[in-house]
Design a binder for this molecule. Structure first.
Ligand code: ADP
Ligand code: AMP
Length: 217
């Protein structure tokens, strides 16, 4: 099963992707995670990506597309994948379409998680991430026992540089200009499901499952 999670930054894509990838036993492919890992390990890719990420800008299409193509051709994506944070531009969506045709794969569903702007700002600015195991918390909605340390591994919790308020605003403008048009694109392709993302995590998950199962019937 091949799925895409669409939605603004902070809408809950990563949170739902963890659950969906377990539920359907498919790899969770997050371009944001791939770039953050590259930044951390100091690779050439990381150095290039960091310049854009720190400003809340999109990494150029030619870089992102190459990485995703390579990732989709790995063995573990043979029977399905869950894309989180890709595509983010029309050009990326076209490139994905070509790649899927080449691999003889079809998209099952594109899930758009809908969340209003004020809520998105609150979710991003309150997000905290473990530096070691990368577990994601929210200071209000999913608080750790101790706000500085991870419940799971005792690693230090940090705020992502791009979750600071000024960068958050840039990311939302870029989302509206460059990524939102994909909703119409996938609607026309007949694969889009819009989900109310302003519910608790469990109910968002249930709605996504219902939408995907509907696809099967
Ligand atoms: P994205 O991957 O789309 O950027 P995340 O999954 O990281 O978003 O979620 C952003 C923040 O909002 C995180 O701190 C997460 O714990 C929190 N969050 C995710 N889903 C919900 C929800 N349904 N209700 C409240 N908070 C949520
Ligand atoms: P995310 O974790 O999905 O919010 O992504 C964090 C940052 O990584 C984004 O703000 C971009 O700078 C970069 N990024 C992630 N995915 C993409 C993509 N598909 N296209 C361009 N840039 C991306």
């Amino acid at each position: 099963m091949n799925l895409i999670l669409l939605g603004a930054p902070g809408s809950g894509k990563g949170t739902q992707a963890l659950r969906l990838s377990k539920e359907f036993n498919i790899p969770h492919i997050s371009t944001g995670d791939i770039f953050r890992e590259a930044v951390l390990t100091g690779t050439d890719l990381g150095k290039k990506a960091k310049v854009f990420m720190d400003k809340g800008k999109l990494v150029p299409d030619e870089i992102v597309v190459g990485i995703v193509k390579e990732r989709l051709e790995k063995l573990d994506a043979k029977d399905g994948f869950l894309l989180d944070g890709f595509p983010r531009t029309i050009l990326q969506a076209f490139a994905l379409k070509d790649e899927l045709a080449k691999l003889d794969k079809k998209l099952k569903a594109v899930i758009d998680i809908e969340v209003g702007e004020q809520e998105l700002i609150g979710r991003m600015t309150g997000r905290r991430v473990c530096v070691d195991c990368k577990k994601v918390y929210h200071l209000i909605f999913e608080p750790p026992e101790n706000q500085d340390y991870c419940d799971a591994c005792s690693g230090r919790l940090i705020q992502r540089e791009d979750d600071k308020i000024d960068t958050v605003r840039n990311r939302l403008v870029i989302y509206t200009e460059q990524t939102k048009p994909l909703i119409d694109y996938y609607k026309k392709e007949g694969v889009l499901h819009s989900i109310n993302g302003e519910q608790d995590v469990e109910n968002v998950f249930k709605d996504i499952i219902t939408a995907i199962k509907g696809e099967y019937e």
